[in-house]
Design a protein around this ligand. Structure first.
Ligand code: NOJ
Length: 450
């Protein structure tokens, strides 16, 4: 049986500006909330910051060559809003735009498609200071302006844009978190959080509209990390329960964007804390996207439960559940099948990209200078099989981006977790491709899971 990936299936790798660029003060870049947060004692492990990170700002040519050697067909990276608009609005920093133009042209010369994320959490600090960041809907408007700038500058070269990466990681985790605390590290009540979520939804919609206007030939989507509900045992009744759970647990972003309205159960559940919004807002939020990007890391296992009111129950991961080096990465390759399947079954999504998948491993450079990350290969292989399974069933998965190209600044965990298929020595910035990058190279060249 021919088990190749479908023709045109795209293989890439992903990164984000604050995690890899460095050059924090170079060429007129303004500070972002992650600069401030990482420089605030106690916020990031060991006081690590993204000041230098992988220094991709200066070493991008080198990184393009690495990608070329691996046969990568696409590179998903994000633009630092405060590098191109140091205050988030108004003045544009030409040197910042020049950098991205050099990067994009370098990729195109190497035959690698640039896939651009507009917002991967590094909000310009000035918008936080002057407006309260995502607490203000003015920020959503400025995001639209910034998207227009990028799309008009690069729309002739970039054919795929993602508005926003992982919604809850800057809304809930940034402005209202009992758990993980990310920049700006503010604690609002639920009403405040829901308004922040709403403003971010609005920003997404304004971003889609601005990109469409300024770059009519480009495709626009998002890169979201849904709560991935999967049937713990794939019986018909558990599949129905997991599908219901998938729609409900993602009400605050996917469901609202793809249905064009807040679902009734969400508004009821939030009660007096429900966000304030207008019909005009909802029309903007409902702006059609060309593709859905999903980031895949861990499963919520669901069983049907008619006694629970909603018809499902989510099981806890037992203490001995297999995990990778970052303890939250529970090994659950089946998400790479079920998430696309539910996107297509619930909302009829016609184009799905797996915009992130990968894991942290305890990588070491051995005496011969090699990083033999057989654990990451195990992890990737299992996910790729599930992607293939979905594609073989006709679910419209069009590409896969590995997170990440490089070991990088892992947010509040600093440099303590390595997600790269290329090792980075953070003292010398030396790059060492890991065995997993050779694995991916072979997979891409064979167009099959190996
Ligand atoms: C998803 C985020 O988009 C990315 O920034 C992060 O590094 C990875 N998950 C791993 O945690």
């Amino acid at each position: 049986m021919d088990r190749s990936f479908p023709d045109g299936f795209l293989f890439g790798a992903a990164t984000a500006s604050y995690q890899v660029e460095g050059g924090a003060k170079q060429d007129g870049r303004g500070p972002s909330i992650w600069d401030t947060f990482s420089h605030t004692p106690g916020k990031v492990k060991f006081g690590h910051t993204g000041d230098v990170a992988c220094d991709q700002y200066n070493l991008y040519r080198n990184d393009i060559a690495l990608m070329k050697n691996m046969g990568l067909q696409a590179y998903r990276f994000s633009i630092s809003w405060s590098r191109v608009m140091p205050s988030g609005r108004g003045a544009v920093n030409a040197k910042g735009l020049d950098y991205y133009r050099r990067l994009i042209n370098g990729l195109l010369e190497a035959d690698i498609q640039p896939w651009v994320t507009l917002f991967h959490w590094d909000l310009p600090q000035a918008l936080e200071d002057d407006l309260g960041g995502w607490r203000s809907r003015e920020t959503s408007g400025y995001f639209g302006d910034y998207c227009r700038l990028i799309a008009s500058e690069f729309g002739d070269l970039v054919k795929n844009f993602m508005t926003i990466n992982e919604f809850v990681c800057f809304t809930d985790a940034g402005y209202c978190s009992p758990g993980q605390v990310f920049a700006p590290g503010v604690t609002l009540d639920y009403k405040g959080r829901n308004q922040v979520r709403h403003n971010a939804l609005l920003a997404h919609g304004l971003g889609v509209q601005a990109i469409r206007d300024a770059a009519p030939d480009a495709k626009v989507g998002f890169a979201e990390n849904p709560t991935i509900c999967v049937p713990v045992i794939a019986t018909e009744e558990n599949i129905i329960a997991a599908r219901t759970a998938f729609r409900e647990k993602n009400a605050h972003f996917l469901t609202t964007v793809l249905e064009g309205q807040y679902p009734d159960f969400y508004l009821e559940e939030q009660g007096a804390d429900a966000p304030d919004f207008t019909d005009a807002d909802m029309k903007i939020i409902a702006s059609p996207v060309d593709f859905a990007g999903i980031n895949l890391y861990l499963a919520r296992h669901v069983v049907a439960d008619s006694g629970s009111g909603r018809g499902y129950r989510i099981l806890q991961h037992p203490a001995s559940y297999p995990q990778m080096h970052a303890p939250w990465i529970k090994v659950s390759p089946e998400i790479t099948y079920w998430a696309p399947r539910f996107l297509s079954e619930i909302w009829g999504v016609k184009a799905i990209y797996l915009t992130e998948n990968g894991c942290a491993c305890d990588d070491v450079v051995d005496q011969s200078g090699e990083v033999n990350d057989t654990d990451r290969i195990f992890y990737l292989r299992n996910h790729l099989y599930q992607a293939l399974r979905a594609a073989e069933e006709g679910i419209p998965i069009l590409g896969y981006f590995c997170w990440s190209l490089l070991d990088n600044f892992e947010w509040a965990d600093g440099y303590t977790y390595r997600f790269g298929i290329v090792h980075v020595d953070f003292e010398t910035l030396k790059r060492t491709p890991k065995l997993s990058s050779e694995y991916l190279r072979q997979v891409i060249s064979a167009n099959r899971v190996l």
